[in-house]
Design a protein around this ligand. Structure first.
Ligand SMILES: *[C@@H]1O[C@H](CO)[C@@H](O)[C@H](O)[C@H]1NC(C)=O
Ligand SMILES: *[C@@H]1O[C@H](CO)[C@@H](O)[C@H](O)[C@H]1NC(C)=O
Ligand SMILES: *[C@@H]1O[C@H](CO)[C@@H](O)[C@H](O)[C@H]1NC(C)=O
Ligand SMILES: *[C@@H]1O[C@H](CO)[C@@H](O)[C@H](O)[C@H]1NC(C)=O
Ligand SMILES: *[C@@H]1O[C@H](CO)[C@@H](O)[C@H](O)[C@H]1NC(C)=O
Length: 218
């Protein structure tokens, strides 16, 4: 009984549709850094510096999504998604919306204010999703290109017409410094981390909870 309870901490998931993730979706690893894919891949996706979009599939009816960016070749931990002041580099500010199914939203990296965004740069986009029962992560390794147009074969649709509500416009990963070092590999005790994340999210609403939970995972 007790074990069964732990195993169902995260019951709803999301799948990154575009840009494609580091590897095949691994449900059990989604609560960990980059869905358990610690290292960047060599088959990067070309992604527009300006005028891009991202698409996900949500299996949860009510959820929050945000995106953090690392501008190093092979980010292997959350710290590498922070700027020099310890703030997460948000390319997609957290927002809340409703509806299961596909969801697509414009992203313009060039206007995100994140340093290192330029044509030819290799960056990693990490998606942070919360459907109310714990945070989930997927990553896409991309090479930026000016004047690149995403092929029309890539679908960009919303399953519902639900509005999005920004959670916050500015966030800082303050207050907590990592107490244990992690190279970004899956935590040794996933259930403990899930519980910590869930408590953090439920205990503090909004972005403070979400990012507090990210910090808790470091
Ligand atoms: C990269 O190659 C791996 C192994 O063939 C594959 O699983 C993955 O989907 C590819 N990723 C991209 C972004 O094309
Ligand atoms: C980007 O990554 C690719 C694939 O790993 C690599 O071949 C290329 O040299 C990298 N480009 C830069 C500017 O680091
Ligand atoms: C991209 O578009 C701009 C504006 O149209 C143009 O000046 C520039 O040469 C283009 N760059 C490439 C690599 O095609
Ligand atoms: C999906 O909905 C969001 C608002 O929730 C909107 O910003 C976005 O443009 C929509 N995407 C499409 C493809 O209509
Ligand atoms: C993150 O990875 C970088 C590069 O490997 C390393 O220098 C740094 O110490 C790591 N940070 C944490 C908190 O593990």
């Amino acid at each position: 009984m007790f074990m069964a309870g732990l195993m169902t901490v995260v019951s709803a998931h999301f799948q990154l549709q575009y840009p494609p993730p580091r590897g095949d979706f691994v449900e059990d690893d989604e609560p960990t850094f980059c869905d358990g894919y610690v290292n960047s891949v060599s088959n990067r996706t070309t992604f527009p510096t300006s005028g891009g979009f991202i698409s996900i599939n949500s299996e949860h009816p009510s959820w929050t999504l945000g995106g953090i960016l690392a501008s190093v070749q092979n980010p292997t931990n959350f710290t590498q998604f922070e700027d020099s002041n310890g703030n997460f580099q948000m390319f997609l500010p957290f927002f809340q919306t409703t509806g299961e199914g596909v969801y697509c939203v414009d992203v313009d990296l060039a206007s995100s204010g994140i340093s290192g965004i330029k044509s030819g740069a290799n960056v990693t986009l990490q998606f942070v999703f919360d459907g109310g029962d714990g945070q989930l992560y997927q990553c896409a390794d991309v090479t930026l290109a000016d004047n690149f147009t995403i092929p029309t074969s890539i679908s960009c649709k919303n399953a519902t017409d639900a509005a999005a509500t920004p959670v916050s416009t500015s966030v800082a990963a303050t207050g907590t410094s990592p107490s244990s070092s992690s190279s970004g590999s899956a935590p040794s005790s996933t259930t403990t981390n899930n519980a910590a994340v869930r408590n953090a999210v439920m205990g503090v609403s909004g972005v403070a909870g979400l990012l507090g939970a990210i910090v808790a995972l470091l």
